[in-house]
Design a protein around this ligand. Structure first.
Ligand code: IMP
Ligand code: MG
Length: 187
């Protein structure tokens, strides 16, 4: 079974994604070197798994990697607005510079919750590197911790997108491109 036929249009191809990920990695490497301790990459599970894998391999910095999971979605296409952390970090981030790696920032409530959580754990700074950003849908205006920066791959129009880690009902994550899902497949 191929899921390509469920896609209405492709927004970013694998080549476009790879080129942008390299640029982001170069920017993050430049902004964070030299560092006295490895940068902590915290991937937001599950959606960031491919982006984190590609980004980490392009960074020219020592890093450590961990994952965190925040739940607010269920299987719908709209967040219920109050995320909670359902799987926490293994690494100690106190006194460390952290980059939260996300697939997409939509309302902003997930990332706001995660920044507050890392702050409470004593991170020295928290940056956000999101593959996609949907600023038109922002409801929560999060503040980055300390000298943290906001990195984003692409600004995403207000469509429900899947692929390159992003899902609908846990499907489509392994598509190598980002596409708009045909409405008949999420209604
Ligand atoms: P927020 O808390 O509303 O910013 O939602 C963030 C989370 O919702 C992201 O980490 C994604 O997992 C999910 N999400 C938001 N928009 C989309 C989309 O268009 N496709 C797939 N997942 C999405
Ligand atoms: Mg996510």
């Amino acid at each position: 079974m191929s899921l390509d036929s469920h896609i209405e249009s492709v927004l970013w191809t694998p080549d476009q994604i790879a080129a942008r990920v390299s640029e982001l990695a170069a920017q993050i490497s430049a902004d964070h070197s030299p560092l006295s301790e490895p940068l902590v990459l915290v991937g937001v599970a599950t959606g960031a798994f491919l982006f984190l894998a590609d980004l980490a391999r392009s960074l020219r910095l020592p890093v450590t990697v961990d994952f965190i999971r925040a739940e607010s979605y269920g299987s719908g296409t709209v967040s219920n607005g109050s995320p909670r952390i359902s799987s926490d970090l293994k690494l100690d981030v106190s006194g460390r510079h952290v980059v939260l790696v996300e697939d997409i920032v939509d309302s902003g409530s997930t990332i706001a919750c995660l920044i507050a959580h890392l702050e409470a754990k004593g991170a020295s700074s928290v940056s956000v590197c999101t593959f996609l950003d949907k600023p038109s849908r922002r409801k929560v205006h999060f503040k980055l911790l300390s000298k943290g920066k906001f990195y984003r791959g692409f600004e995403c129009p207000d469509y429900f997108v899947v692929g390159y880690g992003m899902d609908f009902a846990e499907l489509y994550r392994n598509l190598p491109y980002v596409g708009v899902l045909k409405p008949e497949h999420y209604k």
